[in-house]
Design a binder for this molecule. Structure first.
Ligand code: GLN
Length: 492
């Protein structure tokens, strides 16, 4: 069979193959690169590859293995990173023209930790510009397509990372999640995505969108692989004042598929959302029933302020974005307009040329809600509702260990159908944004299909309790094979 025609398995499988010597890291990386060459023209998951450096890193991993100096379970394993993570000597585009020509002088902590663990950074993945979107259609370099159906969205904003995993190019990838950008594309493409607790993973080197919500996390085919990546990237970082001191012990080796005693809460508000596709609801109920058979118990809980989550999120996220994106002014980073002859017109022309429509919309909205006359009515009010949303979770978690529901109200929709109506696009985040507003961890994992497209189950956990989410997700994957299904490989 031609090199690259075989999809790469999970990290766990690759690690076993490396351990037995049946394959080398160089062969794995060559396969990943060959698959990217064949498949990526169809999907556009990547914005840039690191062929030479990746092969050098793989050769170094092979040499370490020979010396019996393996650094971690990720040593020699290829991983893709979302192109809003800084990597020294590489471009960081955020899928925006405003960063054209920019090369990062430093490396994000999460990426540095991967490299220190021996992981091979294969390339940079596509995203909605500055991570603003739910479909990866807002990339200045063209959309990413869903490998299950190329006429449908990959989800967003980390659509490139999700597709790189779903298409079997890499076993794992990094994304960022401000309001669902890891979980939602994971659901759309049939892979696992984890948004850790706010502060679990350092945001140093992640280009800021909404700093009180942003969090880096992994994509993988299996829950166990996401756990492996989380253990490597998590932990306190003096370079990010919001990173938490707590250590991340997941005890994956003790997971045995038993979920006896776990109480799963089903928020009644999640199941009466008007846009919820009944087929998605049914798949989620089936998955929960499955966990019940394995020993979990289920009870109804309430998150009464859910209906305000989208409005609250889009006020806070845009306010923070308008402030964070002020730094892209043509002076320090990337693009500078050639048209400008004085400072003010230089700012204006640079930003008009450099930012896409959705980014401009958010900057304007955010500037408006922060402006003197409207601050109390919008921004302050949103902060107050954010507290109520957080209290909803505190209250619900007195009655259950984790919360289950859909990741998305429907399966991946057709490309081009929502771009003209931003509010309809925003509604696809209805189940994901509250976890960011409350700072809690969220996991999306495949739980079936509808209309030939994957459906995502979302599990939400108590702050810092990734361990329960992952253990329960792993138990589900021991008994089901949704995560092992592969999209059809089209070669034309
Ligand atoms: N879809 C949401 C938005 O457009 C979330 C994006 C994200 O998590 N980065 O803002």
């Amino acid at each position: 069979m031609a090199a690259g025609s075989i999809p790469l398995g999970t990290c766990a499988e690759l690690r076993r193959a490396l351990d037995t010597g049946s394959v080398s890291a160089v062969q794995i990386v060559e396969t990943a690169l060959a698959r990217a060459r064949t498949l990526d023209p169809m999907f556009h998951a990547f914005l840039g590859m690191r062929e030479e450096r990746a092969l050098e890193q793989a050769a170094a991993a092979d040499a370490r293995r020979l010396r019996k100096e393996v650094l971690s379970p990720l040593d020699g394993i290829p991983i893709a990173i979302k192109d809003n993570l800084a990597h020294a000597g590489e471009p960081t585009t955020c899928a925006s023209r405003i960063l054209s020509g920019y090369v990062s002088p430093y490396t994000a902590t999460a990426v540095a930790r991967l490299e220190a663990a021996g992981a091979v950074i294969l390339g940079r993945t596509n995203l909605d510009e500055f991570a603003m979107g739910s479909s990866t259609e807002n990339s200045a370099f063209g959309p990413t397509r869903n490998p299950w159906d190329r006429t449908r969205i990959a989800g967003g904003s980390s659509g490139g990372s999700a597709v790189a995993v779903a298409a079997g190019i890499v076993p794992v990838a990094l994304g960022s999640d401000t309001g669902g950008s890891i979980r939602q594309p994971a659901a759309c493409t049939g892979v696992v995505g984890l948004k850790p607790t706010y502060g679990r993973v350092s945001r140093y080197g992640l280009v800021a969108f909404a700093s009180s919500l942003d969090q880096i996390g992994p994509f993988g085919r299996s829950v166990a692989d996401c756990a492996t990546v989380l253990e490597v990237i998590a932990g306190h970082d003096p370079k990010d004042a919001t990173s938490l001191p707590e250590s991340t012990t997941l005890s994956c080796d003790k997971w045995n598929g038993d979920v006896t005693g776990i109480v799963i809460g089903l928020p009644k508000e999640f199941f009466c959302t008007s846009g919820l596709d009944p087929a998605v609801r049914d798949r989620v109920h089936e998955a929960v029933a499955h966990l019940e058979k394995r020993g979990a118990s289920v009870r109804e809980v309430s998150l009464p302020h859910t209906k305000y989550a989208i409005a609250t999120y889009y006020l806070i996220a845009t306010a923070e974005a308008s402030s964070n994106l002020a730094r892209f002014d043509g002076v320090r980073y990337g693009h500078r307009s050639a048209e400008a002859h004085d400072l003010d017109t230089m700012y204006q022309a640079t930003r008009s040329e450099g930012f896409g429509a959705e980014v401009k919309r958010r900057i304007m909205l955010g500037t408006y809600v922060l402006s003197a006359g409207y601050y109390d009515a919008y921004y302050r009010k949103a902060q107050q509702v954010r507290t109520l949303l957080r209290r909803d979770f505190d209250q619900a978690f007195t009655q259950c260990d984790l919360i289950a529901g859909p990741t998305m109200p429907e399966v991946a929709f057709a490309m081009g159908t929502r771009t003209a109506d931003p509010v309809t696009m925003y509604l696809s985040d209805v189940y994901t944004v509250s976890a960011n507003l409350a700072g809690i961890p969220g996991l999306s994992l495949p739980c079936g299909f509808h209309d030939g497209m994957p459906v995502g189950l979302q599990l939400l956990g108590k702050p810092l309790d990734e361990s329960t989410l992952l253990r329960v997700g792993d138990a589900y994957q021991r008994e089901t094979d949704w995560h092992l299904r592969r999209p059809p490989e089209r070669t034309a």
